[in-house]
Design a protein around this ligand. Structure first.
Ligand code: NAD
Length: 427
């Protein structure tokens, strides 16, 4: 039986635990358990066949005590307000754990871009900005790409925002194409950021990257870039998984001597779906969707969706696994988390491991607002510095107070946000 999880319940439960540890007063708990603002709206769009369709849109701004809100916009057929609330709250903690001066938000549209033409997707993007434009902006709330949204979607949204406001405002949105206000390194940032933290975790555990193997859930932006940098530091990825749109099912693809990233990219669509018909000819075994977590590897990288490591499958995690680096947001349920802690698996929690994306988005905001752009090496070396410093702060606190790494990351993040709220006189 597949359980269903409410991500917002999980996010609140995680917060409650940390609030206890920090001994937060009731006003801080009341403020931080819920979003400060949330919007639901109807986007009307004319389809290619001439009919009008209504798409449900969400934007949730969890907390902006530390600076303008920041958070992606997802296109997903099963998007819910509660998922967006959870993701917005996680954005607040994520910005705080890497110590960038931003708050947390998230957006979503209930739609499946697989079934929309490019023109229809553009209409949805422009409609989103027409609905939300007054409540977003470079100094208010800055969107970015997320699941099933791309640089092209961001550019359509920027274009609509600038048309409404009658001025160029490239700092309105991040994840733009390079050359139109985008930052070098943004495409790589989340996956690379994850590997910067993974490299530090391996160092701490005294393991040589070249002696390790990994298995990855997902084969989209985060997974592909993580796999690339992980292989550059010497690691070998032996299994990846993805969603198959035709079969409406997920599969894992394994090659024990290591996957060839570029070869797989040649048979992967823009949604991170690997062509199942062609993959077998390249020497990969086709396994069930969940097989990625049962592999005999040192490192697991969940980089697809939330609630993927659960109390139902956590016992099937390969015996050799030492590190889980969470690329996705909220991939592990709290019950599964306890089991991982009990097993002594070193978890690099989502709010830290995948914070490279928002950190680079912050760099993009800085560059767009000043209209001066850095080269890729500068972006990635600044990213490495931020991610490494955040990792060290979390692992030192975890060691000092004997906390699970996720708890240590939350303690640092919630404490920073609560202080900002207190300093502003909000609580
Ligand atoms: P993406 O859309 O580029 O790729 C998603 C991948 O997951 C695809 O390969 C898809 O086939 C796969 N997938 C979907 N359902 C699956 C399933 N049931 N089993 C196995 N694979 C499945 O998305 P992305 O940008 O790589 O984001 C992945 C995760 O990382 C999401 O949780 C997202 O919120 C998070 N994240 C992304 C960024 C970013 O900068 N892109 C930043 C932080 C966090």
């Amino acid at each position: 039986m597949t359980r269903s999880y409410n991500s917002f319940d999980i996010a609140q439960a995680q917060f409650d635990g940390v609030a206890e540890l920090l001994n937060l007063d009731p006003s801080a708990r009341d403020l931080l358990r819920y979003p400060m603002r949330e919007f639901t709206f109807a986007i009307t769009a004319r389809m290619d066949d001439g009919r009008i369709r209504i798409f449900r849109g969400f934007r949730v701004q969890h907390n902006d005590a530390k600076g303008p809100c920041k958070g992606g916009i997802r296109f997903h057929p099963l998007e819910t307000l509660d998922t967006v609330r959870a993701l917005a709250m996680w954005m607040t903690w994520k910005c705080a754990v890497v110590d960038i001066p931003l708050g947390g938000s998230k957006g979503g549209v209930v739609c499946d871009p697989h079934n929309l033409s490019a023109r229809e997707q553009e209409t949805v993007c422009r409609g989103y900005v027409r609905c939300m434009g007054r409540n977003m902006g470079p100094h208010l709330d800055v969107p970015a790409p997320d699941v099933m949204t791309s640089a092209q979607h961001m550019l359509w949204m920027l274009d609509e925002f600038e048309a409404i406001h009658g001025s160029k405002q490239p700092g309105f949105i991040t994840g733009k194409p390079v050359g139109v206000g985008g930052s070098q390194g943004r495409a790589e940032a989340t996956g690379f950021g994850l590997v910067f933290t993974l490299r530090e975790a391996l160092k701490e555990l005294n393991i040589r990257p070249g002696d390790t193997t990994a298995s990855v859930q997902g084969f989209g932006n985060v997974a592909q870039n993580a796999i690339r940098l992980y292989s550059q530091i010497g690691g070998r990825t032996v299994c990846v998984s993805c969603w198959d749109q035709t079969d409406q099912a997920s599969y894992s693809f394994r090659r024990k001597d290591g996957i060839d990233l570029d070869e797989l990219l040649g048979i992967t669509d823009r949604f991170g779906g690997i062509d199942k018909r062609k993959v077998r000819d390249l020497g990969y075994e086709i396994l069930p969707g969940e097989a990625w977590l049962e592999q005999d590897v040192d490192i697991l990288i969940p980089a697809a969706l939330e609630n993927q490591i659960t109390e139902d499958n956590v016992s099937r995690i390969g015996k050799r696994v030492r590190i889980i680096a969470e690329g996705a947001n909220g991939p592990t349920t709290p019950a599964a988390d306890s089991a991982l802690e009990h097993r002594g698996i070193f978890v690099i929690p989502d709010l830290l491991a995948n914070a490279g994306g928002v950190t680079c988005s912050y760099f993009e905001q800085v560059q767009s607002n000043t209209n001066y752009y850095w080269d890729k090496d500068e972006v990635l070396s600044k990213l490495d510095i931020k991610m490494t410093a955040a990792f060290i702060a979390v692992s030192e606190l975890a060691r000092k107070r004997k906390l699970f790494t996720r708890t240590a990351a939350y303690v640092i993040a919630v404490d920073r946000v609560a202080r900002a709220c207190r300093d502003r006189g909000w609580i």
